[in-house]
Structure formats: structure tokens, C-alpha cells
Design a protein around this ligand. Structure first.
Ligand code: KG4
Ligand code: ZN
Length: 308
């Protein structure tokens, strides 16, 4: 009914990434007005609520603690159940805001902190069948973006730049043919950075659009190939593409093509407005957990390294 996002990107940009203390400070400053705005936009009052859902991990401990403390306060003051939500389950359940998820389902979650293939045999059951062994896809975008002189977060601008170039550099596609569903992006990131530094040393000017296109093609090739293979081994009704990197146009186009051509699975692309971190997706996962009687009490704590 409402989805209020307090962005703090500008405060982190001059540091080239998220500074945990700065993030915590912004959470403290914004959370009360966010909650108020969410109620106002939805035209409801605290009395109309059935529960309060809150992210308790994975993520930065300071920011998580502020959300948890605020949620506990609201739940206690208004005698509402408190629902603990995994941030990644939230990304996946953004899909439920469009249409009910059909099980068994698979999710490819690609964000700034995670790259995971999650198999969901039934509702509220999550099995990680593959994940990154080093950098997350979004993290790689942000790091190579910096080398291209693009501000954090670099995903969207690199995506746009990539569409004006061609894959001429043929960067490595790590683990693409390995017999598992894991990913690795740090080799690609290093290959990219080394290529640019080497060109700088010999005063050679490289085409930035081609660099971006080559990087993006390598990322998309691996993500799509592995996902198609996972769908062959775990046949499901639906594949959900979720997380900040799910906004990537090249990835959306490629998966749309490959899923239709090579599998019998329906593809659910989370709408662009719900790919990046937001509260509506936490509400959607919270609603599901509420139906499954999942509750937390006043002892709920942040779990920065939370897994499914
Ligand atoms: O899910 P998210 O909002 O936050 C985390 O939970 O990490 O994802 C943020 C990440 C950033 O690394 C950002 O560069 C990336 O998503 N991103 C993109 C695009 N839009 C955002 N990466 C590639 N292409 C995009 N269009
Ligand atoms: Zn996220």
C-alpha cells in the first residue's frame, strides 16, 4: 500500500562505497519519518496493522539494529506481532507483489552483497544450490565502475554504457563450465582492472563502452548459463530474478531469451522499482512468514551473516 525508501547514496558516494557508521547515522535520522510517511501514504493508522516485519540480516549490524529496535518499539507499543525477515527472502518475495509465486520455484538473487541460486521446493523453504565464492555481481560492477570513473553505485551507468559498446575484450568467464552452480567474479574484476591499468601505463586509450560491454557480457554469460543448467537439474514452475542487479537490462533480456528457449520454466522479472533494497519486499516476505506463524520476541537480534 506504500513503499517509502530513504536513499543515502549521496552521503556514501564521496567514499566510493557504503561507510557503515554513516549508514547507521542515516538510519537513526530517517527511520521515524519513514514509518510515519509509510502510514500516511497508505492512509492507515497503527491500529490498522496486523504485524510489523523487520529485516534482521544479512547486512550491516548497525543499520540492522536500528531497524530492529524501531520495529520492536512499534510492535510493543501497539501490541503487534513481530516478524523477523531475511533480507534475501525479501528480495525474492518482491515477486509476490506482482503475482503469487508458484512452487517449486527457483530464484537468482543478484545484489551488491550476494549472488545466489536459491531452490524453493515449497513456500518458506529456501535451499542455496549455488553462490559466489568471492565477490558478488553488484560488488564487481561497483568496483570496475570506479576504474571507469563512474560514481558508486555503478551498476546502472555501466549497464547503460555497455549498451553502446561491444564485447571486444573477451574477459574470463570463471567457473562457467564447472560441474556446480557456484560463481566467481573476482578474476573477472582483476582482469578488467589489469587491462585498464596496463593501457594507462602505455598511454593507450581504451574504448570505455567496449570495456563495459565486455565486462557485462562476461557477467551475463555466467549468470545465465548456470541458471539454465540449474533449472535442468531442478525443474521448477517459476524462475524469479531478484536483487539490485536484477535491474540490469542486459541480464533481463538474456534470461528472457534463454529461459524461453532452453527451459519450460516461467520467468518472473521483479519490476525495476522493486529490484533495489526497499521495504515493500520485506512486507511481502513478512506476510508469508505471518501465515506460517513465524514470530520473534523482544530478544530478536541482528544477524549480519544470516543465511537461509
Ligand atoms: O539489492 P541492492 O539494492 O542492495 C544490496 O542488497 O546489495 O543491490 C545494489 C547493487 C549495487 O551493487 C548496484 O551497482 C547494483 O545493485 N545495480 C546494478 C544495476 N542497478 C543496480 N547492477 C547492474 N546493472 C544495473 N542496472
Ligand atoms: Zn538487497
Amino acid at each position: 500500500m506504500s513503499n517509502v525508501v530513504a536513499t543515502q547514496i549521496k552521503s556514501h558516494q564521496r567514499f566510493g562505497g557504503v561507510v557503515p557508521e554513516v549508514a547507521s547515522r542515516h538510519h537513526i535520522e530517517q527511520i521515524t519519518s519513514c514509518i510515519k510517511d509509510a502510514l500516511t501514504q497508505a492512509e492507515v493508522d497503527y491500529d490498522d496493522l496486523s504485524a510489523v516485519a523487520v529485516t534482521y540480516g544479512p547486512g550491516l549490524v548497525g543499520a540492522l539494529l536500528i531497524g530492529i529496535t524501531a520495529a520492536k518499539a512499534v510492535a510493543w507499543a501497539h501490541q503487534l506481532p513481530l516478524i523477523p525477515v531475511n533480507h534475501l527472502a525479501g528480495h525474492i518475495y518482491a515477486a509476490q507483489l506482482v503475482a503469487p509465486i508458484e512452487f517449486p520455484a527457483m530464484a537468482l538473487v543478484v545484489s551488491g552483497g550476494h549472488t545466489e541460486l536459491v531452490y524453493m521446493p515449497v513456500e518458506n523453504k529456501f535451499e542455496i544450490i549455488g553462490e559466489t565464492r568471492d565477490d558478488a555481481a553488484g560488488e564487481a560492477y561497483d568496483k570496475i565502475g570506479r576504474v571507469l570513473g563512474i560514481n558508486y553505485p555503478a551498476g546502472k551507468p555501466v549497464d547503460e554504457l555497455a549498451h553502446r559498446g561491444q564485447d571486444t575484450f573477451n574477459f574470463p568467464r570463471a567457473m562457467d563450465h564447472d560441474d556446480n552452480f557456484d560463481f566467481s567474479f573476482s578474476g573477472l574484476k582483476s582482469a578488467f582492472i589489469n587491462t585498464v591499468h596496463h593501457a594507462d601505463q602505455i598511454h593507450e586509450q581504451l574504448n570505455k563502452a567496449d570495456l563495459a560491454a565486455s565486462f557485462q557480457q562476461a557477467v551475463i554469460d555466467v549468470l545465465s548459463d548456470k541458471t539454465v543448467r540449474a533449472l535442468r537439474e531442478f525443474p521448477v514452475k517459476q524462475l524469479i530474478l531478484a536483487g539490485g542487479v536484477a535491474a540490469n537490462k542486459g541480464l533481463r533480456d538474456r534470461l528472457t531469451h534463454d529461459i524461453q528457449r532452453f527451459t519450460n520454466t516461467k520467468l518472473e522479472l521483479v519490476p525495476l522499482s522493486l529490484c533495489g533494497d526497499n521495504a515493500a519486499m520485506i512486507g511481502a516476505a513478512g506476510e508469508m512468514l505471518y501465515r506460517h506463524d513465524v514470530r520473534a520476541d523482544a530478544r530478536l537480534n541482528a544477524d549480519p551473516g544470516l543465511e537461509f
